[in-house]
Design a protein around this ligand. Structure first.
Ligand SMILES: Nc1ncnc2c1ncn2[C@@H]1O[C@H](COP(=O)(O)OP(=O)(O)OP(=O)(O)O)[C@@H](O)[C@H]1O
Length: 237
């Protein structure tokens, strides 16, 4: 557990009927760092993100952002408190232009013109394509747009669900580097859910492996990458 954690989850339980998707999950993430959340299909990764962002109700346990208790806050309040969630598949609206998608992310902010400009500085390709429909973008660019849209509400923590899904290795590499750079430049804290454990750990500071709703392993990304036994047992590479 990080001593200077911005984000903490304590003994979180969430279920679908009789299935306990999260069964006592605790973790903490230091401000400005990336925590990779890994594990096999059905391990509970998406449920963890959905519970943090208020889309799924926790049965018990606590979620903290600094001193603020996020547990059971509604999604809109969570967005105002600084929690942004990019769901699997990015969730952008392909019929709208790049800029219209971005503007949707900051609708309630009075400073959205400035935020739009700084988002374009982070993703110059989006500025170039601002007037094009999002359907024209490649898979990697759509992920950038989804992340850019999440940044429009100036979050303190960004929840990313499988951003590399469907991307070619080169696009995955570029996206991961971009996420790393984003944290370094802005101090953003990231919870990064990935099937692609190798890519995620290559940019993460810490990693946790979920297994059937519980944390099986938690360590620094460097140690997770260099532990052959653990990699073979849990990460499949
Ligand atoms: N809407 C749902 N209704 C019922 N059970 C669900 C639902 N969503 C997830 N589950 C179950 O909860 C458990 C955790 O699923 P979850 O999607 O959180 O895992 P995951 O690690 O994100 O897996 P994947 O990588 O396949 O998305 C699984 O047993 C899954 O079948």
């Amino acid at each position: 557990m990080s001593e200077n954690a911005l984000f903490r989850v304590e003994d979180l339980v969430a279920s679908y009927g009789a299935v306990k998707a999260l069964n006592g999950v605790s973790l903490s993430v230091a401000e400005g760092s990336i925590c990779a959340v890994l594990g096999a299909n059905g391990a509970g990764k998406t449920t963890l993100l959905r519970t943090v962002s208020g889309l799924k109700r926790a049965d018990s346990g606590r979620i903290w952002l600094g001193d603020t208790d996020l547990t059971r806050c509604a999604p809109e309040r969570l967005a105002r408190l600084g929690v942004a969630h990019v769901p699997e598949g990015a969730g952008i609206i392909v019929e709208l232009t790049v800029e219209e998608n971005l503007r949707l992310g900051g609708l309630w902010r009075s400073d959205r013109a400035a935020t739009l400009s700084s988002t374009y500085d982070l993703f110059p390709i989006l500025r170039e394509r601002r007037n094009q429909p999002a359907s024209n973008l490649s898979g990697g660019e759509r992920q950038m747009l989804a992340i850019g849209r999440a940044l429009m509400c100036r979050p303190r923590i960004l929840l990313l669900d499988e951003p590399s899904l469907g991307l070619a290795p080169m696009a995955t590499r570029q996206l991961m580097d971009l996420i790393r750079q984003l944290c370094a430049d802005t101090g953003l804290t990231v919870l990064l859910v990935e099937q692609n454990a190798n890519s995620a750990l290559s940019i993460a500071d810490e990693g946790v492996v979920l297994n059937l709703g519980t944390i099986a392993v938690s360590d620094t990304a460097d140690r997770l990458l260099s532990d052959d036994q653990m990699r073979h047992a849990y990460l499949g590479f």
